[in-house]
Design a protein around this ligand. Structure first.
Ligand code: BES
Ligand code: MN
Ligand code: ZN
Length: 496
């Protein structure tokens, strides 16, 4: 991640290039905190280069300010149409251009507003997109991507933005941005590299590095003792042992208690109900929910909130083999309910059920789970929103509104009682998969049976938003880290 600085006065070395975001219509240069002579010079330069501010436009010239060698005006289109995705996409273009030109220290003037957001939020999320724009996953490449070389981003303050205000924003962006990158890295790691134990080891490392986070990892012995037939069942076909990772942030006098649960299937081949091979490589990201929960816990320690936050990650690998679960098998989950496993590819709900039941131990007010749970949710909402289901309309509403604000959209789907009929089994209390119909909501209904009493619960099906096969909305291909900013913002505002 490039370092973030405030651009006040003159840097020791001139910056390689100053990038100025530019809308069509208004004059954003007035919104920058600049010495009068620099503003004047920049305006004259803009007049000479005559950028139109149209989306995708990049116009460069010599920088009239001593602080930078070059200046590039970057068009973002009409301001009232500016969304998170558009800002992300424009900043990605900036980084690509900077890397191509070997500009490793860049200035950023971001005098634009994301439509519909209060100024402070808009500023924060714009800087956050800048800090994420050079994200790349080249861990396994001998030749590193050019993006890696962007060293410093120097932000010009907005008019009236004090040094303290901007520094507080940068600090938060470092924290949130670091967490998002952490989640993306986990989501991009292949299955044989990121096994359930490797996920547990990542959790141990993050607990060691962040103050105020405790980690416990349950292995097969403990899982057997807890009668977690779901987690153990899913792992049966694999040579990799399952884990239940428990991360806890326990302040002295917590005012609220929240449990986050993340699906941690480190690879999902489908088990005996084997998936078709086309696209199966994507199933390395079936632990995206887990990645988000780990990333949130990594940041939460530093935020020092008087809220008990617990992260639960049931982790296993779903493979076919001579020891795997077979369709028709009946397993017993930790709350005593029996489940006929009709389709071994509907494995996420089995291990989540055990984790949801286990959450009762922490007396939560709120439980939120994130899971790449159904392909049908991708069919329904594409890559634009996660599906959200739950038992508390107030919680759902809040997350829908917040999602819009932070640029991680979630959209409600119903959990009608009738869906439970779809899961009736002849032989056990429930079966794990219904017919073709109502994929996301039957999965949500299954989970609902395992949520402790009197808990506000929301389930986010992130199958469509956690990972992209190709670049989209300003994201590069691969893991997006969806949910990290949404959950951190939710928890941060819980007491307000
Ligand atoms: N991990 C998959 C869901 C998935 C599919 C995530 C595509 C991301 C992209 C999940 O375990 C699964 O296989 N679900 C089945 C459920 C079905 C068997 C009831 C599905 O969606 O087909
Ligand atoms: Mn599956
Ligand atoms: Zn899965």
């Amino acid at each position: 991640m490039a370092d973030l600085y405030q651009f006040r006065g003159e840097p020791e070395e001139p910056l390689d290039c100053l990038y100025v975001l530019n809308t069509s219509g208004s004059d954003p240069l007035d919104r920058l905190e600049l010495p009068a002579k620099d503003r004047k010079a920049l305006k004259a330069k803009a007049k000479a280069l005559a950028p139109r501010g149209e989306e995708g436009e990049l116009i460069s010239g010599e920088c009239p300010m001593k602080a930078a060698r070059r200046v590039t005006f970057v068009g973002v289109g009409e301001e009232r149409k500016l969304t998170h995705a558009k800002v992300r996409s424009v900043l990605r273009t900036v980084i690509r251009q900077a890397a191509r030109n070997r500009e490793y220290q860049i200035g950023l003037a971001l005098p634009v507003r994301i439509h519909g957001l209060p100024d402070g939020e808009s500023r924060l999320f714009t800087i956050l997109e800048a800090a994420l724009a050079d994200y790349t996953f080249d861990h396994f490449k001998s030749k590193k991507n050019e993006f890696d070389k962007i060293d410093g981003m120097h932000l010009i303050p907005l008019a009236g933005e004090t040094e303290e205000e901007l520094e507080a924003r940068l600090e938060k962006v470092r924290l949130f941005g670091g967490a998002v990158r952490f989640a993306r890295d986990l989501g991009n790691r292949p299955g044989s590299d990121l096994t359930p134990e490797a996920l547990a080891s990542a959790a141990r490392d993050l607990a060691e590095e962040s103050s105020g986070i405790r980690v416990t990892v349950l292995g097969p012995k403990e899982l057997t003792k807890e009668k977690m037939g779901g987690i153990l069942g899913v792992a049966k076909g694999s040579a990799e042992e399952p884990r239940l990772i428990v991360l806890e942030h326990r302040p002295k006098k917590p005012k609220k208690s929240i449990v986050l649960v993340g699906k941690g299937v480190t690879f999902d081949a489908g088990g005996i109900s084997l998936k078709p091979s086309k696209g199966m490589e994507w199933m390395k990201y079936d632990m995206a929910g887990a990645a988000t929960v780990l990333a949130v816990m990594r940041a939460i320690g530093a935020m020092e909130l008087p809220i008990k936050v617990v992260g639960l990650v049931p982790a296993a690998e779903n493979l076919p083999s001579g020891t795997a679960l077979k369709p028709g098998d009946i397993i017993t989950l930790s709350n005593g309910k029996t489940v006929e496993v009709d389709n071994t590819d509907a494995e996420g709900r089995l291990l989540l059920a055990d984790a949801l039941a286990y959450s009762a131990k922490f007396n939560p007010d709120v439980v939120i789970d994130l899971a790449t749970l159904t392909g049908a949710c991708v069919v329904a909402l594409g890559h634009e929103a996660a599906g959200i289901m739950g038992n508390d309309p107030e919680l759902t509403d809040r997350l829908v509104k917040l999602g819009e604000e932070v640029g991680e959209r979630v959209w409600p789907l119903p959990l009608y009682d009738e869906y439970l009929d779809y899961l009736k089994s002849e032989w056990a209390d429930l079966k794990n998969a219904g017919s073709r119909w109502g994929g996301p909501v039957t999965a949500g209904t299954f989970l609902k049976q395992f949520v402790p009493e009197n808990v506000s619960w929301a389930h986010l099906d992130v199958a469509g938003v956690a990972y992209l096969e190709s670049a989209h909305n300003g994201f590069g291909p691969g893991s997006t880290g969806f949910g990290v900013v949404l959950l951190l913002s939710y928890i941060e505002r819980l007491l307000k």
